[in-house]
Write a protein that binds this ligand. Structure first.
Ligand SMILES: N[C@@H](CCC(=O)N[C@@H](CS)C(=O)NCC(=O)O)C(=O)O
Length: 80
């Protein structure tokens, strides 16, 4: 199960979540969404885990990734 740090109105997050939907991934089975708009504990976790205050941010075990395009490619490769 991977974690996606995101917030609803972020277009880059929406792009990643659209891909997750296309791939048929199921919340709380395949992934957990973590609210990470500015000023939230989730955003603090993003900075502490990845070093940059930016979303979307994916954590899948030891894999930590920013950049929606990279995340989309990673998920398509893993789940297609
Ligand atoms: N190139 C990045 C852009 C991501 C990005 O700009 N995310 C915005 C939110 S939509 C962000 O985290 N901005 C910094 C902030 O909210 O503090 C991607 O494709 O993921």
């Amino acid at each position: 199960m991977f974690q996606l740090y995101q917030y609803a109105t972020c277009p880059y997050c929406q792009r990643v979540m659209g891909t997750m939907q296309d791939l048929g991934l199921v919340e709380n089975k395949d992934f957990v969404l973590v609210e990470a708009s500015r000023g939230t504990p989730g955003r603090d976790e993003v900075v502490s885990l990845g070093g940059i205050s930016q979303v979307p941010f994916l954590v899948d075990g030891d894999t930590k990734m920013y950049e929606s395009g990279d995340i989309v490619a990673y998920l398509r490769k893993k789940y297609s």
